[in-house]
Design a protein around this ligand. Structure first.
Ligand code: ADP
Ligand code: MG
Length: 358
């Protein structure tokens, strides 16, 4: 019998987990943790998360006290950048130089980390929110004290991420590295299937394996990295399915959502089968058009959220086995967009056309 999977969180990730369970008849129950009313749980339910942080309510306490709640330690460590960065250092995983900002910190302490820093809120930041840029000579803000870490600004060449999963027996499987385009701290597009990233794959897998083993983690985890002069530095971790893995819905079998469900439900895992290339484009504060569905290989995931400026309200995956076909599809979609919205698609196209096995 399949267990039922309760999810702490009912945003788009919970929604897509639910969609991924449906074909197998695996019931997924996204739960809004901000509500007080208890949910009706069975003793053999599994409890997983689609977010790292939640308010303290009787419902969230009920979910985390359930015997089927997975990854309590991983979630606790990763939700706070202080313990997350300390874990990376402890495991000797490469990461940007950093320091904690305590009340007795002076700007001299900050300058020891670097001339230019990114100040990051320890908890609750996302899509680049809760961050400041600082450089030598500038004052430190009082609101950072005890609340933030300081990280050296990394002049990276590009950003990639590794999405993988670990099962209850400790077996780990991974997707190929994803190339990500962030602007103002928010993910705009990803490309899955690039061959030129293969030389970084082994190190990335070794690091994420080390992290998941240390945390005795079960399920999908994502590791965001900077690439600097051909080397990786880990930026941050996500103990859940991740936006940079959305391309796997079209470009891999199983998708990251199915893979997470398999792992947490104690079902068999295999290394995901990936063929061809996929471009994922985030819909940020904009509607979509049914005309896009005429583009071969294109499908739209709409989260049914209210459209607000910059808000992630959906994504588009375009998958084709051959680069030349994907090029045609991307150009066809780009032509349907206003010129100032084409940049993420053209970025992806340039990457695809320039891909050669390393
Ligand atoms: P979030 O939780 O908002 O995703 P991140 O730490 O991933 O926070 O930061 C968002 C983006 O900001 C990154 O994807 C990257 O583009 C940029 N960024 C973050 N940290 C640094 C850094 N140390 N140096 C340079 N850019 C950074
Ligand atoms: Mg990030």
């Amino acid at each position: 019998m399949l267990p039922r999977i309760a999810v702490i969180g009912n945003g788009q990730l919970g929604r897509m987990l639910k969609q991924a369970g449906a074909p197998m008849g695996l019931e997924v129950l996204p739960c809004d943790p901000s509500l007080e009313e208890p949910v009706s749980l069975n003793p053999d339910d599994v409890v997983t998360v689609e977010q790292e942080l939640w308010p303290d309510t009787s419902r969230s306490r009920q979910l985390t006290a359930h015997p089927g709640f997975l990854n309590a330690r991983a979630t606790e460590v990763i939700r706070d950048r202080l313990s997350e960065k300390s874990l990376l250092d402890h495991l000797k995983v490469g990461t940007a130089p950093w320091c904690n900002i305590t009340p007795d910190h002076t700007t001299e302490h900050l300058a020891l980390v670097g001339d230019k820093l990114v100040i990051k809120r320890r908890q609750g930041g996302y899509d680049g929110r809760g961050q400041w840029r600082w450089q030598q000579g500038e004052p430190a803000l009082d609101e950072w004290l005890g609340e933030c870490i300081a990280e050296k600004m990394i002049p990276f060449d590009e950003e990639v991420s590794l999405v993988g999963a670990r099962d209850r027996d400790g077996n780990c499987v991974f997707y190929p590295l994803t190339l990500n385009l962030h602007r103002q701290g928010i993910l705009h597009a990803s490309v899955g299937g690039l061959k030129r990233l293969q030389p970084l794959q082994a190190t990335a897998e070794e690091w994420l394996t080390r992290i998941m083993e240390e945390l005795d983690y079960v399920g999908v985890m994502a590791m965001e990295c900077f690439v600097v002069d051909g080397d990786l530095l880990v930026n941050e971790l996500a103990p859940r399915v991740h936006n940079s893995g959305h391309w796997t819905q079209a470009g891999a079998n199983p998708s990251q959502f199915q893979l997470h469900l398999r792992a947490v439900a104690d079902l068999p895992l295999f290394t995901p089968v990936v063929d061809g290339y996929t471009l994922m484009w985030n819909l940020l504060g904009r509607d979509w058009s049914t005309r896009w569905l005429a583009v071969p290989g294109c499908d739209v995931h709409w989260y049914e959220k209210e459209i607000r400026p910059g808000r992630k309200v959906g994504h588009v995956n375009i998958h084709r086995p051959q680069v030349a076909d994907l090029e045609a599809s991307i150009r066809q979609l780009a032509d349907m967009l206003p010129e100032d919205e084409r940049a993420p698609l053209l970025w992806g196209l340039k990457e695809l056309l320039g891909d050669t096995p390393a």
